[in-house]
Design a protein around this ligand. Structure first.
Ligand code: ADP
Ligand code: MG
Length: 308
């Protein structure tokens, strides 16, 4: 179990994390979400021992994770960290990069493992390509494969699919997270993409103003966003008095109602149209099955959040 107790950290005068505590159980998947600059990457670096804490403790099972003042080599061996920059050596091949930590003692076994890892990240046909000749997304996939080569007990992933194109992203995400669950590898994922969270995370931690603004399951955060920041993470939302935060898909257009708005624009979103409208001199957003002409008066009702 990872236990983080009352940690604080600042870069010189900038306080980035202020007295933060949380726990992650073995095999659990924790998502850390928050706006850009909210300290997600810094938190992962602290968990890996890249910086010294101002105060507090980070403990994995019974072992304290300490910063560079206390360690010659950064990063405990039971942990792997894939940074946003996924630092790889440019002049070696994918196969060499992924196999770097694997023992040369059993060559057949090593090659089998490399094959298996290449399959997880869908790079089977690139084993002999040099890292320098890869796209950003391919490099990110190599970094992910390399991080799980030796099956760490815990893995820290910083925006792990951010460079991967949409054609590959969903299947890669499923393959990779499924693998971590199967092997009971604990993971902490910093992300601003709801698709990294929904369907995968057991718990979510929301960072804002150097603090944990909220912790909960994805279901709990989605159903009761309370704060606009959390609603905005999941989708288009409105603030409608006296209801508070209301998702665009909770507003239902109907023939008559006391709630009336004038359509400003319609945006095609694939499975629905997002209707932008003026309600009481405020912009609101509704999901609808059809486009609606600009200037048209619409009536709407507010439905409860869709339940799971
Ligand atoms: P996030 O990953 O959520 O975008 P970061 O952890 O990268 O946030 O950054 C948190 C804050 O710390 C930001 O204000 C950022 O500018 C600052 N910061 C990040 N790294 C450094 C650094 N090495 N030195 C000084 N300030 C930094
Ligand atoms: Mg970051």
């Amino acid at each position: 179990m990872l236990t983080v107790t009352n940690i604080s950290f600042s870069y010189k005068k900038l306080l980035v994390l202020d007295n933060i505590s949380f726990q992650v159980n073995k095999g659990e998947h924790l998502s850390v979400i928050g706006q850009s600059g909210s300290g997600k990457s810094t938190l992962l670096k602290l968990l890996y021992g890249v910086h010294d804490l101002n105060q507090g403790d980070i403990i994995w099972n019974n072992q304290a994770i300490k910063g560079p003042k206390h360690n010659l080599i950064t990063g405990p061996e039971f942990m792997k960290y894939v940074s946003q920059e996924f630092d790889l050596m440019p002049f070696i091949t994918i196969q060499e990069s992924i196999g770097m930590y694997l023992s040369n003692f059993f060559v057949t076994k090593k090659n089998q493992r490399i094959e298996e890892l290449l399959k997880i990240v869908d790079l089977q046909n690139y084993a002999h390509t040099k890292i320098k000749d890869l796209s950003g997304g391919q490099k990110q996939r190599v970094a992910l494969a390399k991080a799980i080569a030796l099956e760490p007990e815990i893995i820290l992933l910083d925006e792990p699919f951010s460079h991967i194109d949409n054609f590959k992203k969903n299947s890669l995400r499923r393959n990779f997270f499924r693998h971590l669950k199967k092997k009971e590898i604990t993971c902490v994922v910093a992300t601003h993409d709801k698709n990294d969270v929904l369907g995968f995370a057991d718990k979510v931690l929301v960072l804002q103003d150097a603090q944990i603004m909220r912790q909960g399951t994805p279901q709990n955060l989605f159903q009761f966003p309370k704060h606009p920041l959390i609603a905005s993470f999941f989708g288009e939302y409105n603030i409608i008095k006296p209801h508070g935060v209301v998702y665009a898909n909770q507003l239902n257009i109907l023939a008559t109602s006391n709630l009336k708005a004038i359509v400003i624009n319609s945006y095609f979103k694939g499975g629905y149209w997002l209707i932008e409208a003026d309600y009481d001199s405020n912009k609101i957003y509704l999901e609808h099955s059809k486009t609606i002409e600009k200037g048209q008066l619409i009536c709407f009702e507010i439905l409860p959040v869709k339940r799971f």
